[in-house]
Write a protein that binds this ligand. Structure first.
Ligand SMILES: *Cc1c(COP(=O)(O)O)cnc(C)c1O
Length: 429
C-alpha cells in the first residue's frame, strides 16, 4: 500500500497545525503510524490522497449513517447555496428542523440549535445548573461529552468524591463541581447523592456509551437513573450526540424507553455539517435567553446550509421504515462473522454491539464500564488496526471508539470485512 502523499501532507501539516490534525484521535497516536489524508468518499468507500480505497467503519464518527454522498443531502445543499450561505437571522428552515426534531425525539419539546456536540453538552449543562440553582453534577467515567471544561475531569483519588482536572487549563475550581460515577453502577450514584445532598443539578450520561468503545447499559440501569433523578429533583440529561438518530429515529431514549429531561444531539443531526442541538421539556428550555435568564448564543447557529443538510438527513431517517432493522441486521452479520472467526482461531475477545454500533475489545472479560474497557490490550488492538487497514478496512484508530455501520455496506462488503477480520486476527496471533 503506497501512502506517499499522506506522509508528505502529514509532514507539512505538523509545521502549521498542532500534531498535524484538527482533532487528536485522527493522528493515529493510539495505533501507531501516520494518519491517512482523505481525498474523497462515496457510499461505503473512502479514498486517501494516494487513491487507496477502504471500506468505511468510521463514517465521520457517525454522521454518514446513509453512506457518503447521500443524494438528498447533496440536493438540499445545492438548492440552499444560491440563497447565500449565512444571514445570522431566523429562517423557515430552522422552524422546520425544530418541528422535525420535536416529532422524532421523545424528550424534546423545544430545541436550540448550536454548532457542535461539545457546544450542545456545555449549553445543556449550564442550563441544568441555572434551572436547578445547583452547582454540582454527576458524569460517568469513560463517557465523553465534548471538550467543555467541566467534562474534562478524571476520578479523584480514594475517598474523594470530586474530580480532578484531566487536562491542564481546567481549573480545580471547575473540577470540584464534577462528580464521577461508574457506568452501570447505581450504588456509585447513591453514594454521590448521599454525600452531596441538595446540590446536584444533573446526571449526564451517554445512554449507550460510545467513547470508551461501545458499552451498553445493563437492564434497569437507565430506569434506575430516572428514578433517582425524580426522587431528588435532579435533571437527567442524555448525551445522544452519538446515539441520537442512530439507534432509532428517536435515539437510545426511544430504544430503551427511558425519557430524560434534556438531550444533547450532534453528529448525524447535521448530515455531515457542523451542527449540534440541545432540547428538552418546555419549562426547562424556556429558561434559556431571550425568554429566560441562562445565556447561550451563536453567530452561525441554525446556519441555513447546515440546516438544509440536517433537514434532508433527518427526513430520510424518519421516513425510512426498514432502515434501522437493516442496519442492525448488517451489524449482527458482521459481529457473528467475527465471533465465528474467533472460534476458528481459538481466541476469545469481547464484542459489544447494539443497532449499528459495535466494538471488538481485546480482552476476554465482559466490558461494562470504564475499568473493564481499560483492561483491553491496546497494543494488540494497534496491530489489529494496521492489519485491517492493509486489507482495506478503515477502522476508528483507537480501541476506545465505537465502530459505525452505514446503510451503504452491502452483503459483499460484509464478507470482505469478516474475511479481513479473520486474516488480521490470524496475523497477530
Ligand atoms: C462526539 C461526541 C461529543 C462531541 O461532539 P463534537 O461535535 O465532537 O464536539 C459529545 N458527546 C458525545 C457522546 C459524542 O460522541
Amino acid at each position: 500500500m503506497q501512502t506517499q502523499r499522506s506522509q508528505t501532507l502529514f509532514e507539512e501539516a505538523q509545521h502549521v497545525i498542532p500534531g498535524g490534525v484538527n482533532s487528536p484521535v485522527r493522528a493515529f497516536r493510539a495505533v501507531g503510524g501516520n494518519p491517512l489524508f482523505i481525498k474523497s468518499a462515496e457510499g461505503a468507500y473512502i479514498y486517501d490522497e494516494d487513491d487507496n480505497q477502504y471500506i468505511e467503519l468510521i463514517n465521520s464518527w457517525g454522521p454518514m449513517i446513509l453512506g457518503h454522498r447521500n443524494p438528498a443531502v447533496e440536493q438540499a445543499l445545492a438548492e440552499a447555496i444560491p440563497h447565500s450561505v449565512s444571514y445570522g437571522a431566523p429562517t423557515s428552515r430552522e422552524v422546520e428542523i425544530a418541528q422535525l426534531i420535536v416529532s422524532m425525539v421523545p424528550s424534546i419539546e423545544k430545541v436550540r440549535m448550536v454548532n457542535s456536540g461539545t457546544e450542545a453538552a456545555m449549553s445543556a449543562a449550564r442550563l441544568a445548573r441555572g434551572y436547578t440553582g445547583r452547582d454540582k453534577f454527576i458524569k460517568f467515567e469513560g463517557c465523553y461529552h465534548g471538550h467543555g471544561d467541566s467534562f474534562l475531569i478524571a476520578a479523584g483519588s480514594g475517598a474523594m468524591t470530586m474530580g480532578e482536572p484531566n487536562s491542564p487549563g481546567v481549573t480545580q475550581g471547575t473540577a470540584q463541581d464534577t462528580l464521577l460515577a461508574t457506568f452501570n453502577d447505581l450504588n456509585s450514584i447513591d453514594r454521590l447523592i448521599a454525600s452531596n445532598p441538595d446540590n446536584i443539578s444533573m446526571i449526564m450520561i451517554e445512554p449507550v456509551a460510545g467513547n470508551m468503545g461501545c458499552v451498553l447499559p445493563n437492564e434497569g440501569f437507565l430506569e434506575g437513573l430516572r428514578a433517582r433523578c425524580d426522587e431528588y429533583g435532579i435533571l437527567l440529561i442524555f448525551d445522544e450526540v452519538m446515539t441520537g438518530f442512530r439507534l432509532a429515529p428517536g435515539g437510545a431514549q426511544e430504544l430503551y424507553g427511558v425519557t430524560p429531561d434534556m438531550s444533547a444531539l450532534g453528529k448525524i443531526i447535521g448530515g455531515g455539517l457542523p451542527v449540534g442541538a440541545y432540547g428538552g421539556k418546555k419549562e426547562v428550555m424556556d429558561y434559556v435567553s431571550p425568554v429566560g435568564p441562562v445565556y447561550q448564543a451563536g453567530t452561525l447557529s441554525g446556519n441555513p446550509i447546515a440546516m438544509a443538510a440536517g433537514y434532508a438527513m433527518l427526513t430520510q431517517l424518519q421516513k425510512h421504515q426498514t432502515l434501522y432493522q437493516q442496519l442492525t441486521e448488517t451489524t449482527e452479520t458482521i459481529v457473528n462473522g467475527i465471533k465465528e472467526n474467533m472460534k476458528r482461531l481459538n481466541v476469545s475477545y469481547t464484542i459489544n454491539h447494539v443497532g449499528s454500533m459495535f466494538s471488538l475489545f481485546f480482552t476476554e472479560h465482559p466490558v461494562y464500564d470504564f475499568e473493564s474497557a481499560s483492561a483491553s490490550d491496546t497494543k494488540l488492538f494497534g496491530a489489529y488496526f494496521q492489519e485491517m487497514l492493509k486489507r482495506g478496512i478503515y477502522l476508528a484508530p483507537s480501541q476506545f471508539e465505537a465502530l459505525f455501520v452505514s446503510s451503504a455496506i452491502d452483503e459483499a462488503m460484509v464478507e470482505t470485512i469478516v474475511r479481513a477480520n479473520y486474516e488480521s486476527l490470524k496475523a497477530i496471533h
